[in-house]
Write a protein that binds this ligand. Structure first.
Ligand code: AMP
Length: 247
């Protein structure tokens, strides 16, 4: 299935349109992904989009794309948001909601959507619910990937990233052909500062604090679907599809 990986409408907002419009789906899926750093959410997002034809709507990607703009091309709110992001803090709800509201077309897209990184707080979840209701749309499910802290630490602390092409490896599970060197572009791999064990603990605590109320919120709405984050990406994907089809 052809997927829209450049996502211009989502990343740029405003009047930007996607080069490859989503193929209309008979049953477009409207999903939210939840999961702590290191559970493999990014890989599952790729597999889900490729199989369901939905678009991957990550709010973190909007901020990362905005980093590449010149200062004069960014709104004051976006510049302030990047400052929060740089400090590892959550961007204020109003800023995130303004960005998502500007991208209502992506939520209405006939290919469906896969929201990732949003909502991150109950206030954002409530705002999303209102936004969707105003468009007579509703979420099909909220997929929550779960993995023990020990396994998250093992995954993240073994992760190595390429500064050149951004490819991600793992010293055991996905080792590069030559130790410490990117298979694709030959750059020297590095360990992200926030993948060091001492930072992982802090990130996990922050995730638990902000996301636990969200899982309760969606459980109460009978939308929460929990998926164990154990096994290979293909095995986790098979579990995800089964859970979605059992809905
Ligand atoms: P992510 O790629 O989802 O981990 O997001 C990277 C960073 O972008 C986060 O650490 C936050 O600073 C910011 N961010 C992304 N999405 C949100 C959100 N929904 N609410 C607040 N901050 C966000």
């Amino acid at each position: 299935m052809e997927t829209n990986t450049e996502r211009a409408a989502w990343l740029k907002g405003g009047t930007a349109v996607c080069d490859v419009p989503a193929s209309p789906q008979t049953k477009p899926r409207r999903l939210v992904l939840l999961g702590a750093p290191g559970v493999g959410k990014g890989t599952q997002a790729e597999l889900l989009c490729a199989n369901l034809g939905t678009c991957h709507l990550s709010t973190g990607d909007i901020f990362r794309a905005a980093k590449c703009l010149n200062a004069c091309e960014r709104s004051p709110a976006l510049s302030a948001a990047l400052e929060y992001m740089r400090k590892g803090k959550l961007v204020p709800d109003e800023t995130v909601l303004a960005l998502v509201s500007e991208r209502l077309n992506c939520l209405r897209c006939h290919g469906g959507f896969l929201l990732d990184g949003f909502p991150r707080t109950v206030a954002q979840a409530e705002a999303l619910r209102k936004l969707l209701r105003s468009q007579r749309l509703r979420l099909d499910a909220v997929l929550s990937y779960e993995l023990s802290l020990a396994k998250v630490v093992a995954r993240l602390s073994g992760r190595r990233t390429c500064p050149g092409c951004k490819a991600v490896f793992h010293i055991k599970a996905r080792a590069p052909r030559q130790e410490g060197i990117c298979d694709h572009c030959g750059s020297k791999l590095y360990q992200r500062e926030d993948d060091r064990p001492e930072s992982i603990q802090v990130r996990m605590e922050a995730y638990e604090k902000s996301t636990a109320p969200l899982t309760d919120y969606y459980r109460n709405l009978k939308l929460l679907v929990t998926v164990p984050g154990e096994g290979s990406p293909e095995e986790i994907f098979a579990c995800t599809m089964k859970a979605l089809n059992d809905e």
